[in-house]
Design a protein around this ligand. Sequence first.
Ligand code: EPU
Length: 342
Amino acid sequence: MTLPDFVQRDAPLTALNTFGLPAQAALFAVIETPAQLATLIALPEWSEWPRLILGGGSNLILTGDVAGLTLQVRILGRELIAEDSDAWQVRAGAGENWHGFVQWTLECGWPGLENLALIPGTVGAAPVQNIGAYGLEVAERFDRLEAMNLATGEMLTFDRAACRFGYRDSVFKHEAAQRYLITAVIFRLPKRWQPLTDYAEVVRELAARRIVHPTAQDMADVIIAVRSRKLPDPTQIGNAGSFFKNPVIAAAAFVRLAARYPDLPYYPQPDGTIKLAAGWLIEYCGWKGKSLGPVGVYERQALVLVNRGQARGADVLRLAQAIRESVRAEFGVDLELEPIVA
Ligand code: EPU
């Protein structure tokens, strides 16, 4: 089989996933332009290869070597493409680093993404799991995205409805997974901007800095400080951010739990369900700071699992399973994994 020169065989993926899990891709290509994708799609073997699409590898648990073709998206570029009385429309290549993009929008004077500062990963991965933090989800600033259908090579646009955003969720985690490759994302950044300051820790940090009327840049600085205190830097300690979603339960089930656990944090949802704090449930079960083999529960945020050295995907899943069983036994609540397992 003759491969294009940008396709490598047996490529190590350890440095390309932030948990630092060892794995090899049978075939690996860095995609810098949609034209490279078109070249691959034209290959006779293309339709037989299983595919894995990588962005920053920050929301991924690799459980072993990856068969077929792994594509790392590094399509760059960022520009203002339109402006109306309500918003700036900004387009970014899927391979742009998310935090770098957020900082650039703020430098340009376009607010709106500051609460999502310092989230690891790429622009193209942001809508896949609808990244969110400190009272904001990317869906709220999203206009549309451009993607290539990997079966046909056709370029298409997904608007907000087509993405079917949910809490840490979108169509790209379900039926569209690995079938489309996101090449660019277009955001709508509001001209009538208000800081989102409903999060207690953010309010405390603003007060400590004696900031009464924060600018978008002040908000970003505060968010960066709060995040850095609680979440491990993936360049220092391997991790994939929150390992579980915060579980959402029915109101009746919540009433029973709240009677037994008066300190249980809870967040009522617009549809009447109640979101619980998985980190609190895990800490209550005694896991915070504990390890099982080479994988640990981060000592400052129990929702984050960390690589204590030489961990493999199976070690990560073993600890995740032990935590799920404890939480189910204590609270009767099922925790769902947040990262993509491949
Ligand atoms: N808590 C504990 N012990 C812990 C961790 C949390 O008791 O070890 C309690 C906290 O005291 C608080 C509540 O749980 O009452 C919520 O904790 P926190 O504010 O730290 O947020 P989270 O619900 O644990 C979510 C997101 C984070 C995001 C933060 C801030 C998910 C799965 N995680 O965490 O997102 O940064 O809120 O908005 O929704 C990510 O998705 O990777 C991520 C880091």
